[in-house]
Design a protein around this ligand. Structure first.
Ligand code: CO
Length: 212
């Protein structure tokens, strides 16, 4: 596979879509009207719209290593604000996945260079619940930290300015936490959906209670 090949494949793909759905690109170019904001991992095996079988244009996407939602990340916060204020998305999905390289990196003491700054937050999650993790074996630890990371990011998101403002303005916005299995292609709902500022802490504590 080389770069030239990508252009050939792009042409084939565009022709195929146009053949199957005449006018597809013409229609898509006129408006972007996604119902969902997806915050997921950059991992190439977790392509956002594909795994929920949605077309391009149906899901607004932000991805980074280990699907982090950090209030000092202007990139993520701008995406969230745009999705809420301009696209008027009502459902935000934070989607993690088992076998996440970012989460696994946080579980080792090895130095990874710059990325260590990024996964610092995941190491903190592990440390926060160290008693719980001490009772688990290596693979259970990795799986549970992937799940816990999603719950923490949903909670982080619920506490950001764009969400607080939106809820304050009576906007209907739900933040969901999902996790995806690389080995079976299936999504699991972690049932940590937050729909208002006042329920944020309650749902967070309930979700933690179910998990640890
Ligand atoms: Co990942």
């Amino acid at each position: 596979m080389n770069i030239e090949k990508l252009f050939e494949q792009n042409k084939i793909w565009a022709e195929q879509i146009e053949h199957e759905h005449p006018g597809f690109f013409e229609e898509l170019s006129k408006q972007q009207n996604p119902k969902f904001l997806w915050i997921g991992c950059s991992d190439s095996r977790v392509p956002a719209n594909q795994i929920v079988n949605l077309k391009p244009g149906e899901v607004f996407v932000h991805r980074n290593i280990a699907n982090q939602v950090l209030s000092n990340d202007f990139n993520c916060m701008s995406v969230v604000q745009f999705a809420i204020e301009v696209l008027e998305v009502e459902d935000i999905i934070v989607c993690g996945h088992y076998g996440c390289g970012g989460v696994n990196a946080a579980l080792t003491r090895n130095a990874h260079g710059l990325v260590d700054y990024w996964i610092w937050n995941i190491r903190n999650i592990k440390n926060k619940y160290s008693d719980f993790f001490n009772s688990l074996n290596k693979s259970e630890t990795a799986d549970k930290l992937c799940e816990l990371n999603v719950i923490e990011q949903v909670h982080n998101l619920a506490n950001t300015k764009p969400l607080k403002e939106a809820w304050n303005n009576k906007k209907n916005i739900n933040i969901h936490g999902f996790i995806y299995g690389l080995n079976n292609g299936l999504l699991k709902n972690l049932n940590t959906t937050v729909s208002s500022e006042k329920d944020t802490e309650k749902i967070y504590q309930e979700s933690l209670g179910k998990l640890i």
